[in-house]
Design a protein around this ligand. Structure first.
Ligand SMILES: C[S@@+](CC[C@H](N)C(=O)[O-])C[C@H]1O[C@@H](n2cnc3c(N)ncnc32)[C@H](O)[C@@H]1O
Length: 302
């Protein structure tokens, strides 16, 4: 179970936890009466606490409808009638945590998302590595990789710049808490329409897959990536250091203290001179010792 997430206290949860009196939820309890499943304020607050405890995910009051609709599928699958029944089951059944987290996590992603990061990565990491064969090892971490578009993009950039990259000591670690996403990333198969997101020079790394209207990232590119399930709140079972860490559009789901701790832990795992890439809408909320801003949402380990 989560180490840091376990430290969630009532004060961490202020405004979201039990202490909050009649918060202005998006859909008041009374309006829930017509719904398929009974879903009270207490159910919502209980599930908010569990999401925080299990994954550090801070669900705001505006996520009430989202929580209801995503978890309704679990209630149907388990033939349950009420959210209260589901909460009891979730608290008592460790194996249900995975389904719960898979259901509430938001996995939106695409190839070459926020593409200036990949230009920077190509110029500052991939090309210098290709030119200077004295650096014998290159490590990149895509933390919160969702269905794999981000680590596959990193791998395509490396493959294009480092021609014999498969024979080099070059590895990408791709992790996510959501087991369904990790399985998808490992398969490396995407709808053919995803190719629209991929600049032309990189389209050669896709090939037809067995399913119609589906493309697979080719074996050479896929071979650079190791997909693993990892809750960022837990202990990390690897040493690093990494030349670059991509943690983009993940920390938006965490509160300030969780984010600050995570940035400190990322900083420790980046080699001096290496980079941390975060999402466009994110900021690190103040200075962090050890890293400094060097570009739009790009930080460098000093
Ligand atoms: C919106 S996606 C971002 C995907 C990709 N990084 C991008 O920018 O396109 C956020 C991902 O963070 C993952 N996530 C949320 N909480 C997490 C946690 N505690 N540990 C690891 N991954 C987490 C979710 O499962 C989801 O796949």
């Amino acid at each position: 179970m989560s180490t840091k997430a376990n430290q969630a206290t009532a004060s961490n949860l202020a405004g979201k936890g039990r202490a909050a009196a009649a918060p202005p939820f998006a859909l008041p309890e009374a309006a829930d009466a017509m719904r398929e499943f009974h879903f009270s304020d207490a159910d919502f607050r209980g599930l908010v606490e569990l999401a925080y405890q299990f994954a550090g995910i801070a669900l705001s009051d505006s996520k009430r409808n989202l929580v209801y609709s995503r978890l309704s599928r679990r209630l149907r699958a388990l033939s349950m009638r009420t959210f209260s029944e589901y909460r009891d089951y979730l608290e008592a059944t460790e194996s249900e945590r995975e389904n719960f987290i898979n259901a509430i996590s938001t996995n939106l992603t695409k190839f070459f998302r926020e593409s200036h990061h990949f230009d920077h990565f190509r110029d500052q990491i991939a090309i210098p590595f290709a030119r200077n064969r004295t650096a014998s090892r290159l490590r990149v971490w895509s933390a919160g990789c969702s269905s794999g578009e981000e680590p596959h993009t990193i791998a395509m950039v490396l493959k294009r710049e480092i021609r014999d990259v498969e024979r080099q000591d070059v590895r990408i670690l791709a992790t996510d808490i959501d087991t369904e996403m990790v399985a998808r990333g490992t398969r490396g198969e995407y709808p053919a329409s995803s190719l629209d997101e991929v600049p032309r020079p990189y389209q050669e790394y896709f090939e037809p897959a067995s399913k119609p209207n589906t493309l697979a990232v080719n074996r050479a590119v896929r071979s650079l990536i190791a997909f693993k399930r990892l809750n960022l709140m837990d202990t990390w079972p690897f040493k690093g250091p990494f030349d670059a860490i991509f943690c983009r559009n993940v920390m938006i789901y965490f509160d300030g203290p969780t984010k600050a701790q995570l940035i400190e832990r990322f900083t420790e795992k980046i080699r001096p001179g290496g980079f941390l890439y975060i999402g466009h809408s994110e900021s690190l909320n103040g200075a962090h010792p050890g890293i400094s801003l060097v570009g739009r949402t790009i930080y460098r380990r000093v």
